[in-house]
Design a protein around this ligand. Sequence first.
Ligand SMILES: [Zn+2]
Length: 377
Amino acid sequence: MPISYREQAPLTCPHCGNDFSAEIWLIIDADEEPETAAALRREEVNIVTCPHCGARGPAGAPLLYHDAQARRVLFAPAPGAADHEIREQARELHALLVGSIDIEQRRPYLADVDIAQDMSGLAHLLRRLDARRRGPASPPSPPAPLSDEPPPLLAAVEALLAADTAADLEQALAKHPELLEPATIVTLTQLAEVATAQGEAEIAQGLRNARDLLAGMSRHTASERLTAIPPEALQALLNAHSDAELEQAIARYPLLLRPEIDELLAVEIETALASDTERLAQLIEARRSMLATFRATLAPAADLETAIEALLVADDEDAIAHVLDQYPLLLSETAEQALWEFAAEARAGGDEALARHAIACRELLRRVRAGLEEDRS
Ligand SMILES: [Zn+2]
């Protein structure tokens, strides 16, 4: 099962402003792609040439690099990405990476992702690691035992297990959002097995407890009604000044589409009025009605899962066109994101064919969306 992953990305030339598409790497596996890994060290990966004006430059994409022999996972975010976007990019690519590796092959180092400043920082880090590996002073070190250098996931697990109250638990999750990644449950199971094999019974038990806690919680949170809007979701909503921005906010915080949000926004409006911040109240009211309009457009096909299932079984162009007509929701970033997660889960479950199909569907949606945006401008 290939680990490396590249995709055709829609790009806009910063020099002449024209749109074009180019194939870019998102995951590079050192064993599979030695030449690309070498090009990465020369900072020549994801450099694209605009077919309109010939300008050459970085594609501005995130990249995850995996080297099983060196037991390293490195990540370079897309330039200019905000912190939460960086975390999201890293999480998505990491889930895809872990899902591509056979369960028996997964090792604790996979949970330990080194985040570089950018592509150039990543290349620099690789060259430094090469030099260290070659250097006579430090022969290749033997595989480190689990207890030697706990990966960040272990720190997250410790925080999770130390949480005594619901508030502590929420805090641990806010601090370590990777815990809520569906792949984390699989990774924890695998880490527990490794810990058992290495005679670390206590760590293994802790990992299994954390896994069970998380598994129970994701079932719980899915059905539980929200009692307050998370501040970061509210902020994202307030910052959305157009439908496109609203869609982005929803893609980032899908909970904004929950039915109880409308009521919670009404509460926020009352709170704002009570504290004499009329402008804030008006702003929230405006966003509340934008959300209501958005939800109304989705109403006949509100169920993204149903839409994605219909798309995945559509077997020719006509069928796909019909599904897109029926479920316009598919032409949103939310749907792209959902397909990506679907692919990651399919890979994690060993269904490579389904994962590839989901990724192909996602690329198709991206092409259709890019085409629609071109028509509009
Ligand atoms: Zn150009």
